[in-house]
Design a protein around this ligand. Structure first.
Ligand SMILES: [Zn+2]
Length: 273
């Protein structure tokens, strides 16, 4: 990706931040600061403290995405593939792997490790919260438990957010829609069974495009019901999936394409309780 800045190296892998990431950082900080953390931090304290917690949560979210991508990259390296960089961008993260996967097993393990890592992170944050007797993230995030939210300290709310967002990150990326991790896992299974890479890619990318279309439709519905920000975000992720899945179909005829392991962020900003 062009217009990205290197922020350092981990295990020999260049970690980059794309210009569009700043937009995502601003969205998440604002969304959490003006929504979620407003319920945790007393109103009379103004917006500065909630925004600071929003920014910390946004940085922690992208650290979680980076760890997710790092798991893809490290497994790819262990399997003999060269990894050029990991780039964080508006929709999540991408591991730019220079070598094509050589076998269905390679693709299966490189793809499956990402969601598993996100679940492990969710488990870790949940365990810390559980040991501190915090309310369940499921109740706070998906329910309308404003009272539970108000009773929490800001750092407890941050921990709860990180548990929930890693759970969402792992689950969403398991959807069998190419180019999401689940779509790659699905392709590797079809590839392993049929021994036909091109056909497996075609099926996985069609599912990816259909899923993208469903997301665009869902986004329109969300806007219709007054959730303009969430709706636009859902439409953007859906369009990104349609475009990436379409590109993968074009690539299958060409040789030497790098294997981009992309992750998308859905439900990035929680619904306002
Ligand atoms: Zn992934």
């Amino acid at each position: 990706m062009n217009q990205s800045l290197s922020i350092g190296r981990i295990f020999g892998i260049d970690v980059r931040v794309h210009a569009t990431w700043l937009l995502a950082f601003a969205f998440v900080t604002w969304g959490l600061g003006s929504g979620y953390f407003r319920f945790v931090i007393p109103r009379q304290q103004g917006l500065v403290v909630p925004l600071i917690f929003g920014a910390v949560a946004a940085l922690s979210l992208f650290a979680s995405v980076l760890i997710h991508e790092l798991s893809h990259s490290l497994v790819a390296q262990a399997r003999g593939m060269r990894v050029r960089d990991i780039t964080l961008f508006i929709f999540g993260g991408v591991s730019n792997i220079l070598d094509d996967v050589k076998s269905a097993q390679d693709e299966f393990v490189v793809s499956a490790v990402g969601p598993l890592t996100s679940f492990a992170l969710a488990g870790l944050f949940w365990a810390i919260g559980h040991s501190l007797n915090l309310p369940s993230p499921i109740d706070v995030f998906f329910g309308t438990s404003v009272r539970a939210l108000r009773a929490m300290s800001p750092s407890a709310a941050l921990l709860t957010y990180l548990t929930a967002i890693n759970l969402i990150l792992g689950t969403f990326n398991l959807v069998p829609a190419f180019p999401l991790d689940g779509g790659r896992v699905f392709r590797s299974i079809v590839w392993g069974i049929t021994h036909r890479y091109g056909r497996a890619t075609l099926i996985a990318s069609i599912i990816g495009q259909l899923f993208g279309l469903v997301m665009v439709g869902l986004g329109v519905v969300r806007i219709f019901y007054g959730d303009v920000f969430g709706g636009i975000w859902t439409i953007l992720i859906g369009s990104f999936l349609i475009q990436s899945a379409g590109a993968a179909r074009g690539w299958r005829q060409r040789e030497n394409q790098s294997t981009n392991q992309a992750s998308a962020l859905a439900g990035m900003v929680p619904r306002r309780p």
